[in-house]
Design a protein around this ligand. Structure first.
Ligand code: SAH
Length: 356
C-alpha cells in the first residue's frame, strides 16, 4: 500500500468521504507523496509521453505562431512570455530557440513559468539555464502586461469532480471506505448550479465532469489578454463538451485503477473546451475554433519542417523523425484527440494555425 493510501484512509475514517477532486489534488500535488512533487513522469522511462517530448517541432511551431501574433499586435516592447505546467521545460526551450530570429522578441520578453511542483521547477531551471526565468505558483501571479502564453496538457491535470444525474439533481461521485479500502460511492442528490446547462443534454444516470480549478485560471489569463493584449495557445485532449467518465490513471504507459495507486500514477481527465471558451468570452477575449492538433500543426508547416530536419538524418534517427511527425499529426494518434484553442483580445485574429 502506498503511504498516501494510509493517509487518505485515515482522513476519510475521521472526516467522511471526499470528492474526486480532493482525491486527485492529494495524488498529484501532495507535498511529500504527490505524483508531480516526487516523480519525473515524462518520456519513455516515465509514465507518459507528451507532444514536446516527442519532437522539437511541436515547441518550435507553437513558438513561431505566438511570435507572429506578437508581431501582428504591434510587437509590444515588454511582455510576459508564460507557460502553464511546463513539465521538463522542453516545450519552452524549443519555443525560445525557434524564436531567436524574430527581431526584438527576445529582448521584449519576460519569462514566467507557472509550476506547482518544486521538483519540476528544478528540472525546468536546468532546461532553461541560459534564460532569466521567474517561477510562480498560480496564473494570478502573472504581471498585468501583454501576455503570450502556452499550455500543453495542463488543464487535463487539474482535479475534476464527477456527478451522476438523478432527476433534476446530481449525485457526486465520492471516495470513501469500502471493505476497509478506498472505494467509490455516490453522495445525496442535490442541485448543481454549474451544471444547469447539462440538464438539457443528459438523462438519468449520465455522468458529467466539472473542473473547479479551470475557470478561475482561464479567467485570470483572459482578463490579462483582453486588457493588455497577447495570445494564449491551449493544447489538450478532450472535446467541446465532456460526457461520461474520462478519468484516466497511467503508470509506465499502462492504464491502472485510479484508487489502487494514489500518488504513483498520473491522473488526467478530458478537458471541457466549451467551459474554457465561455469563460474566455465572458472576460472579453476572442477565442478561435477548437482545432485538431494535426490540422493546426499541418497549417503551420510541420511537414516542411520535418523534411528540413530529415535532410541531415538517416537510419534510426530518420525513422524516429517520421514516427514523431505521424504521432503528432495523424488522426489515429494524437492528431485528432488533442485540440488547440487560441485566445486573443476581442477583434484580434487568432494566432496562425487557427481560425476565428
Ligand atoms: N506541459 C508539459 C507537462 C504536462 S504535465 C508537457 O507537455 O510535457 C502537467 C504539468 O502541470 C506538470 O508540470 C505539473 O506539475 C503541472 N501542474 C499540475 N497542476 C498544477 C497546478 N495546479 N498549478 C501549477 N502547475 C500544475
Amino acid at each position: 500500500m502506498s503511504p498516501l493510501t494510509d493517509q487518505l484512509l485515515a482522513r476519510i475514517s475521521s472526516d467522511g468521504p471526499i470528492s474526486l477532486a480532493d482525491f486527485m489534488a492529494e495524488c498529484l500535488l501532495h507535498p511529500e507523496h504527490g505524483y508531480y512533487t516526487t516523480r519525473s513522469p515524462f518520456g519513455t522511462q516515465g509514465d507518459f509521453t507528451t507532444a514536446p517530448e516527442i519532437s522539437q517541432m511541436f515547441g518550435e511551431l507553437l513558438g513561431l505562431s505566438l511570435a507572429q501574433s506578437w508581431l501582428n499586435q504591434g510587437a509590444p516592447d515588454t511582455f510576459t512570455l508564460a507557460e502553464l505546467g511546463p513539465g521538463r521545460g522542453t516545450l519552452m526551450a524549443d519555443l525560445l530557440r525557434a524564436t531567436r530570429g524574430v527581431p526584438g522578441f527576445h529582448t521584449a520578453l519576460q519569462l514566467y513559468l507557472v509550476e506547482a511542483s518544486p521538483n519540476l521547477q528544478e528540472q525546468q531551471a536546468k532546461a532553461l539555464a541560459r534564460y532569466d526565468a521567474t517561477w510562480v505558483d498560480t496564473a494570478d501571479a502573472l504581471p498585468q502586461q501583454p501576455l503570450f502564453l502556452v499550455a500543453n496538457e495542463f488543464f487535463d491535470a487539474l482535479p475534476i469532480r464527477q456527478f451522476v444525474r438523478d432527476g433534476d439533481g446530481w449525485r457526486e461521485k465520492r471516495i470513501g471506505l469500502v471493505d476497509g479500502g478506498l472505494g467509490f460511492g455516490l453522495g445525496p442528490a442535490a442541485p448543481q448550479p454549474a451544471l444547469e446547462h447539462r440538464l438539457r443534454d443528459t438523462t438519468d444516470g449520465d455522468l458529467v465532469e466539472l473542473s473547479p480549478g479551470a475557470a478561475p485560471i482561464l479567467s485570470s489569463l483572459a482578463q490579462r489578454i483582453a486588457s493588455h493584449g497577447g495570445a494564449a495557445l491551449i493544447v489538450d485532449y478532450g472535446d467541446w463538451r465532456s460526457l461520461g467518465d474520462t478519468l484516466q490513471a497511467l503508470k509506465s504507459h499502462t492504464p491502472v485503477e485510479p484508487l489502487e495507486t494514489p500518488g504513483e500514477a498520473d491522473l488526467t481527465a478530458h478537458v471541457d473546451f466549451e467551459v474554457l471558451c465561455s469563460v474566455a468570452a465572458g472576460a472579453g477575449c476572442a477565442h478561435s475554433k477548437v482545432t485538431p492538433q494535426g490540422v493546426f500543426l499541418e497549417r503551420l508547416g510541420i511537414t516542411d519542417r520535418a523534411r528540413n530536419l530529415a535532410a541531415g538524418l538517416e537510419g534510426e534517427a530518420l525513422e524516429s523523425l517520421i514516427a514523431a511527425h505521424r504521432r503528432l499529426t495523424h488522426p489515429s494518434e494524437m492528431g485528432n484527440l488533442f485540440k488547440v484553442l487560441g485566445l486573443t483580445p476581442a477583434d484580434i485574429a487568432p494566432p496562425p494555425g487557427l481560425n476565428a
